[in-house]
Design a protein around this ligand. Structure first.
Ligand SMILES: NC(=O)c1ccc[n+]([C@@H]2O[C@H](COP(=O)([O-])OP(=O)(O)OC[C@H]3O[C@@H](n4cnc5c(N)ncnc54)[C@H](O)[C@@H]3O)[C@@H](O)[C@H]2O)c1
Length: 351
């Protein structure tokens, strides 16, 4: 089946449209919707789709199967609820919503409507991630001892010219919510649940309300100890993950916004041999990257072959992690996960 999609928001929505165009066997972009028609028009022309500024009209259109929400974060919750109630399947950019409470309310609406909602975490998809999963499947990893994550990006003052960015009201958070959320999404995917967080945050790079630097110390349920360093004041844009397993050490590619797009570096640790590792890596076939990979997993899920798609639970887990980080940073104490409705920041972490 080919699903007909309306992309809502012509900023990052442009990259979504390019991703859908890579998988025409599954998706056709039927329209681009943005209040700023001048911004969206070139995309409509490039992709040969309809142009509109009427979100309600998109929801009323029976020919649209999927609404892909690429709006500023404070609009996600309302847009998702409206789309689900209109009977649409929904894709929604990160951060899914702006509190754990809203994530749970959204889950209720999905259940009530029998709908489908998939948050966006496209960094998971690519050859590097597929290689690591193949080594897990081959039983060559063993326990993870420790690891480091780096989100070292550069955001000049002009990045914050867009009014919702850098503010609690518009963005609901800073580098932890908007930027490092991607690399932190890889942790549960590769290592299972996070058990404990200690976080320090600061605003040191730009004159904004929200944090642009963070230092995190994490303990995974498995016992692995992970540190995560986050800044938007690096001279270049680099994302990097290093994980030390019993059987090998893996270092990701450094591409800032697609760190799984290229092959990763795997160094065997005795008694595992490099030949064993290389034999597994040689069998990893062609893998779609980023948005195209994420949309392929989504099509598989919609076709009843789920398992690799980004789930609503993944979206909630990412917000639970952010909630724990803010609580730790404000109290100066470590925070144990999971968090429930009784957590003091459950309804909102916005100060
Ligand atoms: N996954 C990623 O790698 C990634 C990268 C960048 C941004 N994002 C996320 O994508 C979302 C959008 O970010 P952006 O940088 O594209 O923002 P943006 O402000 O550049 O674009 C948002 C667009 O939405 C339009 N809009 C606002 N209200 C609307 C409405 N009611 N109806 C129709 N259009 C409306 C605006 O006119 C604007 O063109 C944010 O949640 C952001 O965090 C994700």
């Amino acid at each position: 089946m080919t699903y007909r999609v309306s992309v809502i928001g012509a900023g990052i929505g442009a990259q979504h449209m390019a991703g859908f165009a890579e998988v025409p066997e599954h998706f056709q972009v039927a329209s681009i919707c943005d209040l700023n028609l001048d911004r969206a028009r070139p995309l409509a022309e490039e992709h040969g789709c309809a142009l509109t500024d009427d979100f309600a009209g998109v929801l009323a259109d029976p020919d649209i199967d999927i609404v892909d929400i690429c709006l500023p974060p404070h609009l996600h919750f309302g847009a998702c609820v409206d789309a689900l109630r209109a009977g649409k399947k929904v894709i929604c950019e990160k951060p899914l919503v702006t509190s754990l409470e809203k994530a749970d309310e959204l889950a209720k609406v999905v259940k009530e409507t029998g709908g489908f909602l998939s948050p966006v975490f496209q960094y998971r998809f690519g050859i590097g991630a597929a290689q690591l999963h193949a080594l897990f499947d081959a039983g060559l990893a063993g326990r993870c001892y420790a690891g480091t994550l780096e989100t070292h990006w550069d955001r000049p003052a002009s990045y914050y010219d867009i009014d919702w960015r850098g503010t609690w009201a518009g963005e609901s958070g800073g580098a932890l919510l908007g930027h490092a959320i991607h690399i932190h999404d890889l942790l549960p995917a590769f290592l299972g649940p996070v058990a404990r967080v200690f976080a320090d945050v600061a605003t040191r790079v730009n004159e904004i309300e929200v944090e642009d630097c963070a230092a995190l110390s994490l303990r995974m349920d498995s016992g692995a100890l992970i540190t995560s360093s986050v800044t938007l004041g690096c001279a270049e844009n680099i994302s990097r993950m290093r994980l030390m397993f019993e059987g090998f050490t893996v270092e990701s590619d450094h591409a800032p916004y697609s760190l799984a797009a290229g092959p990763w570096r795997f160094v065997a640790r005795a008694p595992t041999t490099q030949a064993q590792i290389d034999a597994v890596l040689a069998e990893v076939g062609v893998v779609r990257t980023g948005y195209a990979g994420m949309f392929t997993a989504l099509a598989d899920a919609l076709g009843g072959r789920g398992g690799c798609e980004v789930s609503l639970e993944d979206g909630r887990r990412s917000l639970e992690f952010v909630t724990a980080c803010y609580h730790s940073a404000r109290t100066g104490r470590s925070v144990d996960l999971p968090l429930g409705a009784d957590h003091p920041l459950y309804a909102s972490w916005v100060p």
